[in-house]
Design a protein around this ligand. Structure first.
Ligand code: PRT
Ligand code: ZN
Length: 213
C-alpha cells in the first residue's frame, strides 16, 4: 500500500507541542526540524503538514489533509464539513462573554441591544439567538479584550483559560458559551485506505489516553 495519511497540525501555537507529543506517543517517528512545513513519518504511512490552526478545517474539508488536530472552537466556528472523530483532552478552554467589572449583571438578557467584540461571530450569534437576545457583533481578529476600554464594544466574547487576560483588562466573565478542547477532525467519506490508517491511529491514541488515566 502506497497511500499516506496526511495529518494537519498547528505550525506554532498553543496546540503544536501537545499535538506532536501525541503523535510521537503513538510510536510514530518523524523529524520536525525548525521551519519545515511538511515531514514524512519514518515508521508509519503518514505525512505531517504544519499549518495555521484556522486553515486546518478547510484543508481537511478539501482533502488536502485527511485528518487534522484543532480546537473545537476553531472547527465549529469554521462551519466546514468535517467529522469531529475524537476528543484529545488537551488545550482545554472556554469561549466566554466578558463585561467591564463595574457593570452589574444578572442574565444574558442584560446584553440585549449591546455590542460585543469577538473573533467567533458564528458561535456567538448562535448562542444569542438561542437565548433570544439581539446584539451588534463586531468581528475582530485579535486583542479582543481591549475593545470595551477603547469604546469599540460593550462586551467581549473570547477564549478564556485562566481568566487572567480578562482580569488584567478590567473585565469579568459572565457567560460561558462554549467549552472546547483539542479534537481530531477527519474528512467526510475518507477513501478506504485512509480510513483504515485513521482507525489504526485512533486505536493507538486511545491506548495512549487509557494509559494516562
Ligand atoms: O497562528 P495560529 O493562527 O495557528 O494560532 P492562534 O494564535 O490562532 O491560536 P493559539 O495558538 O493562540 O490557540 C490555539 C487553540 O488553543 C485555540 O483555538 C484554543 O482552542 C486553544 N486555547 C487554549 C487557547 C487558550 N487556551 C487561550 N488561553 N486559545 C487562546 N487563548 C488566549 C485567548 O484568546 C486570550 O487572549 O489566551 C487569552 C486568555 O487566556 P487566559 O489564561 O488569560 O484566560
Ligand atoms: Zn489561529
Amino acid at each position: 500500500m502506497n497511500e499516506v495519511l496526511r495529518i494537519a497540525v498547528q505550525k506554532s501555537g498553543r496546540l503544536s507541542e501537545d499535538s506532536l507529543k501525541l503523535i510521537k506517543e503513538c510510536g510514530i517517528r518523524f523529524d520536525n526540524g525548525a521551519g519545515k512545513l511538511k515531514t514524512a513519518a519514518s515508521n508509519f504511512p503518514a505525512e505531517i503538514l504544519f499549518l495555521r490552526d484556522d486553515d486546518i478545517p478547510g484543508y481537511v474539508e478539501d482533502g488536502v489533509a485527511h485528518i487534522g488536530i484543532v480546537g473545537e472552537n476553531v472547527s465549529v466556528e469554521s462551519n466546514r464539513e468535517v467529522d469531529p472523530v475524537h476528543k484529545l483532552g488537551f488545550s482545554k478552554c472556554r469561549l466566554s462573554i466578558g463585561i467591564p467589572r463595574g457593570i452589574e449583571y444578572s442574565s444574558i438578557k442584560d446584553l440585549d441591544g449591546k455590542s460585543i467584540a469577538t473573533s467567533y461571530p458564528r458561535l456567538l450569534s448562535n448562542y444569542l439567538e438561542m437565548n433570544n437576545v439581539s446584539c451588534q457583533i463586531h468581528e475582530i481578529s485579535g486583542s479582543v479584550e481591549i475593545a470595551p476600554s477603547i469604546g469599540l464594544a460593550d462586551a467581549v466574547c473570547d477564549i478564556v483559560s485562566s481568566g487572567s487576560t480578562l482580569l488584567s483588562n478590567g473585565l469579568k466573565e459572565v457567560e460561558v458559551i462554549f467549552r472546547s478542547e483539542a479534537v481530531m477532525i477527519a474528512g467526510k467519506k475518507l477513501a478506504a485506505p485512509y480510513q483504515e490508517l485513521l482507525d489504526q491511529l485512533l486505536f493507538r491514541i486511545k491506548a495512549v489516553q487509557a494509559a494516562k488515566n
